[in-house]
Design a binder for this molecule. Structure first.
Ligand SMILES: Nc1ncnc2c1ncn2[C@@H]1O[C@H](COP(=O)(O)OP(=O)(O)OP(=O)(O)O)[C@@H](O)[C@H]1O
Ligand SMILES: [Mg+2]
Length: 257
């Protein structure tokens, strides 16, 4: 479904990604592991179109994404959640999700223009569709009980979940999650795992970065480990995380810290 083909990303003299290849299948949860600075976020940024690869290609359903803007890639179904979503803290949880949906509809369907052409009827139909989608996103992310609460009242874990709910409004086929578990309590992590598994069961494909090896090791179907921009291991998480090269890469990081 997603083919990362020999992607290299250089920042000046620094090689952040060095000929990384990875295929992600439909409905798979792939975990990206690696110590700080190993290129994980850079890989997601290349996939989502935040910046171009220096060389190599990313293909989605057989078509190259190279040269596309992030919004064009999102429109094709690949959506990156923000580590710290920009929330309207004084608005309700549901309204934050609704705004994400509005922004998406506006950019993808040219809604602003459509509304000026067909004011009454179109707006009612769109509002009903939007309300349905908001309810669905809140339910999927287990936030329905907090729908009418101000976003400012959410716990840190709740805020992260809200970021997921907002991404769901973009109708993703593939979600890219950069450290969704960071800063979460043990219970919040379990809740996040349940939500992410449910998304996959609904047909979504997930690519997840996290330092919480216990959490992601259990969640992912397959793991890839990056170290200094290179792929050093790939396979079933529990096997990969036991590989000598992987343990050394993580231990090296601790020794440096
Ligand atoms: N926009 C940028 N400009 C210059 N260098 C960058 C940029 N983004 C990342 N880098 C560098 O590329 C390397 C890989 O960074 P990246 O953020 O991808 O690592 P990471 O694996 O996500 O690390 P962490 O676990 O700390 O989030 C680092 O050396 C980083 O300093
Ligand atoms: Mg990162």
């Amino acid at each position: 479904m997603l083919e990362i083909d020999c992607v290299t990303k250089r920042f000046g003299g620094l090689v952040a990604l060095d000929e990384v290849s990875l295929n992600i299948a439909e409905r798979e949860i792939v975990g990206i592991f690696g110590p700080n600075g190993s290129g994980k976020t850079t890989l997601m940024n290349v996939i989502s179109g935040a910046f171009p690869a220096t060389s190599g290609d990313v293909r989605w359903r057989g078509a190259s994404l190279s040269g596309m803007r992030p919004d064009q890639i999102a429109a094709r179904g690949i959506v990156k959640t923000f580590q710290n979503p920009q929330l309207f803290r004084e608005l309700t949880v549901a309204d934050n999700v609704r705004i994400a949906g509005h922004l998406y509809l506006k950019s993808e369907l040219g809604l602003g223009r459509a509304l000026t052409l067909f004011p009454g009827q179109r707006r009612r139909a769109t509002d009903a569709e939007l309300n349905r989608r908001v309810a669905q996103a809140l339910e999927l992310s287990h936030l329905d009980a907090f729908a009418s609460d101000p976003a400012s009242s959410l716990s840190y874990g709740g805020e992260k979940m809200l970021g997921v709910a907002m991404a769901l409004m973009c109708k993703p086929d593939m979600l890219l999650l950069d450290e969704p578990g960071s800063g979460l309590s043990h219970d919040e992590l379990s809740a996040l795992s349940v939500v992410l598994r449910r998304l996959r069961d609904q047909g979504m494909t997930l690519c997840v970065i996290d330092h919480r090896v216990g959490f992601l090791g259990k969640l992912a179907d397959r793991a890839m480990v990056l170290f200094h921009g290179s792929k050093i291991a790939e396979g079933p998480p529990q096997e990969v995380l036991r590989e000598k090269s992987v343990i050394e890469a993580y231990l090296g990081e601790q020794a440096d810290a």
